[in-house]
Design a protein around this ligand. Structure first.
Ligand code: SF4
Length: 270
């Protein structure tokens, strides 16, 4: 039986110092630091192939073509998501690890609430995000010491204070990198144009923030880029729980019921 490898963890003091040291450094410096520190097996970029993610992938590939790329296929993704995965495989020769939600959890959830439960209520939407996105992500993070995402401070209020190097206390205290934290959307698109990086085809159709097909739509010019996410909800966080714990008291018990066989796992921590 293979034993799960112990995490290499850094302490708050060291990570605090690194966050200060790297705050005005280039994204490539942050990625390079992580690859040096954790090695290619224990570090990964986790992406849904949005613009920020493809920038990170291009940068990381230039530093080390063996960098791990992980994506979560919720089984509700638009066809264009599969096209961009293939485009990256072909152009960069990358091995992309595609994770899926656990079939029995999805089956239990759908049996109880229907296939389109997310339109019924915010707790049901969060439940779906938990089962289809957060739990597969948690599974991936158990095997890593550090992960990188394309989060930026200007995307949403909940992201205003993100650091380029931080501890991810929601995921066992591993290191979470946001190398593009201080970039603007314009910086991202300038990089894409400069290096001719392939982009998700839905950007050409007016989408500005892209996730599952039933929960994302194009937005009018000038609208907030994340306003096309879960557009039918009012006063709910435009987050799915992958990047911050969402504890409303309204869906966690449902997650436990659906995962009955996994006793009390609610996906918010390890
Ligand atoms: Fe479910 Fe929508 Fe969340 Fe995708 S974005 S996991 S379909 S609620």
């Amino acid at each position: 039986m293979m034993l799960e490898q112990e995490h290499v963890t850094l302490d708050d003091l060291e990570v605090g110092e690194l966050a200060v040291e790297y705050d005005d450094r280039e994204p490539e410096d942050v990625i390079e630091w992580a690859l040096d520190r954790f090695g290619v097996e224990r570090f990964a970029i986790i992406t849904s192939f949005q613009a920020d993610g493809v920038v990170l992938m291009d940068m990381a590939h230039q530093i080390n073509p063996n960098v791990r790329i992980i994506t979560v296929d919720t089984a509700r993704m638009p066809q264009e998501y599969y096209e961009i995965i293939d485009t990256f495989r072909e152009r960069y020769g990358m091995k992309i690890e595609v994770l899926f939600p656990e079939a029995s959890s999805v089956e239990n959830m759908v049996a109880k609430h229907g296939v389109n439960l997310f339109y019924q209520s915010v707790p049901n939407r969060l439940l779906c995000c938990q089962v289809r996105k957060v739990l597969p992500l948690n599974r991936a993070l158990k095997g890593l010491d550090a992960w990188a995402t394309g989060l930026r401070r200007d995307q949403w209020a909940t992201r205003a204070n993100i650091k380029k190097i931080d501890l991810d206390h929601d995921h066992g205290g591993i290191v979470k990198l946001s190398p593009l934290a201080d970039w603007t959307e314009e910086d991202v698109w300038n990089y894409i144009r400069q290096y001719d990086v392939p982009v998700h085809p839905l950007y050409a159709k007016g989408f500005t923030s892209i996730s599952c097909a039933p929960c994302t739509r194009p937005v009018p010019e000038g609208a907030h880029p994340r306003s096309g996410r879960w557009w039918w909800e009012e006063n709910a966080p435009k987050e799915c729980g992958m990047h911050c714990s969402i504890e409303t008291g309204g869906f966690e018990h449902e997650v436990d019921a659906i995962l009955g066989h996994q006793n009390g796992a609610n996906g918010n921590g390890h």
